[in-house]
Design a protein around this ligand. Structure first.
Ligand code: CA
Length: 425
């Protein structure tokens, strides 16, 4: 499964489905991300093409192979099905087939109710942006922003799988303990410093047995594909609870993911070298070092975060861009995260979600959360309505987008990861 660029990335592939050819679409024929959705009370597997979802199971039975084969999201994402869909949706497919597909197997995306692409058994969140870690560290420990372990291993913590929700789910402001005034006892109150974090998630496709670490050279073969993650964060709760074991209730109230999983194969043209370390930085230890991963382990994935407040909606204003960052600026690769995660023998299972941690870059406009953008609330942002934001207010909607672009290839996108903040109880 080590995908090289192949005929399925050919930029000249054109579809009879017009919306798949729109240069602005996230879902041209070269992408074909998979998802799960509910249609007429039935759970279905979908493949996104232009403005539509292909209803995978009946399509597969009709045009690929009817019979015993178990129709899974993995099958929908396989190379074989990818080629077949491209053939059946190409501009020179036979008209009779086009008519059948149009009539029976396409559902408009806007009419779909998405559900999580996998039953997520376990969720791990890393902390792989050295820019994010340095910024947050500088706020807490100006003299010593990075702990000595940062450049030696991908820092992570075990997150909560049960509260992962699909894009579009409203997020209720959590309550929790916080202590803003150290001279007084903590209070149990609605979170005052509610934040988002833009991250990239990746699903495990093939797990490993307990006690059998995944070598870094094989790590990507265990990764199914990528999505966008919003790791909602209650900063005031976090500041009080995090010592000494790290985040707990400040993170576990909700995590939102985008509905589409973009496959490793679709991402092949957008692979790049791993983050280039400073000459004074240590080289990774052998179990998380691989030549090929250094050359091609990065992913050139652009991420954008927008806000739309209640007032902006009332005035009919478009969402306002808060930041742009790129996954290629992460200090660790996804293969390093998988290899490190399993290096003690810990078993990953199919459907597990791993996330990179906040994706921030060097520049101010590349900061992937409000904590960094407003420097812990000390530099509030002014929105086009004149509203000021230190952290999120009730009614604010956060919209995250991701896309890959490279000269000579079709742009592919990730769809959206959205969530709106509701008041606390
Ligand atoms: Ca995070």
């Amino acid at each position: 499964m080590n995908y090289e660029i192949n005929e399925t990335h050919d930029p000249s592939l054109v579809s009879w489905l017009d919306s798949a050819n729109d240069p602005r679409t996230d879902f041209p024929l070269q992408n074909l991300p998979v998802c799960r959705f509910v249609h007429r009370n039935t759970l279905k597997i979908g493949v996104a093409i232009g403005d539509f979802l292909l209803d995978f199971e009946p399509y597969f039975d009709t045009f690929v192979a009817s019979g015993q084969e178990r129709k899974s999201i993995e099958l929908a994402a396989s190379h074989r099905v990818r080629r077949k869909i491209q053939e059946d949706f190409s501009a020179n497919a036979p008209q009779s087939k086009i008519n059948l597909i149009k009539e029976y197997f396409l559902v408009p995306i806007e009419s779909c109710k998405f559900v999580l692409p996998f039953e997520i058994g376990d969720y791990t969140d890393f902390y792989c942006s050295i820019f994010h870690a340095s910024n947050v560290g500088a706020m807490l420990r100006p003299d010593n922003p990075l702990f000595p372990n940062y450049k030696w291993l991908p820092i992570g913590y075990h997150g909560r799988a049960s509260s992962i929700v699909i894009s579009g789910t409203s997020i209720k402001r959590p309550k929790g303990q916080s202590r803003s005034d150290p001279s007084k006892p903590p209070q149990f109150v609605p979170c005052k410093n509610l934040d988002y974090e833009v991250e990239v998630g990746f699903f495990i496709g093939k797990g490993n047995n307990l006690g059998e670490p995944i070598p870094i050279s094989e790590a990507e073969q265990h990764i199914f594909g990528l999505c966008i993650v919003n790791d909602w964060s209650a900063r005031d709760i976090q500041a009080w609870e995090y010592q000494p074991l790290g985040p707990f209730l400040a993170k576990s109230f909700a995590t939102t993911i985008s509905p589409f999983v973009v496959t490793m194969e679709a991402l092949a043209p957008f692979r790049c070298e791993a983050f280039r370390r400073e000459p004074t930085d240590p080289q990774p230890l052998e179990y998380i070092y691989d030549e090929r991963d250094q050359k091609r382990g990065g992913i050139d994935l652009n991420l954008e975060v927008y806000i739309r407040t209640q007032k902006m909606r009332e005035k009919g204003l478009e969402p306002y861009l808060l930041s742009r960052s790129n996954m290629k600026d992460l200090y660790w690769t996804i293969a390093q995260m998988v290899a490190h995660h399993t290096s003690n023998g810990c078993n990953l299972r199919q459907g597990d979600l791993l996330a990179t941690g906040t994706v921030s870059g060097r520049e101010k406009h590349e900061r992937g959360c409000l904590l960094e953008l407003t420097w812990r609330g000390t530099e509030p942002l002014e929105l086009p309505t004149g509203e000021m934001r230190r952290f999120l207010e009730d009614g604010d909607e956060i919209i995250m987008k991701g896309y890959c672009e490279r000269e000579g290839f079709r742009r592919i996108g990730f769809g959206e990861c959205r969530g709106i903040i509701l008041p606390a109880d």
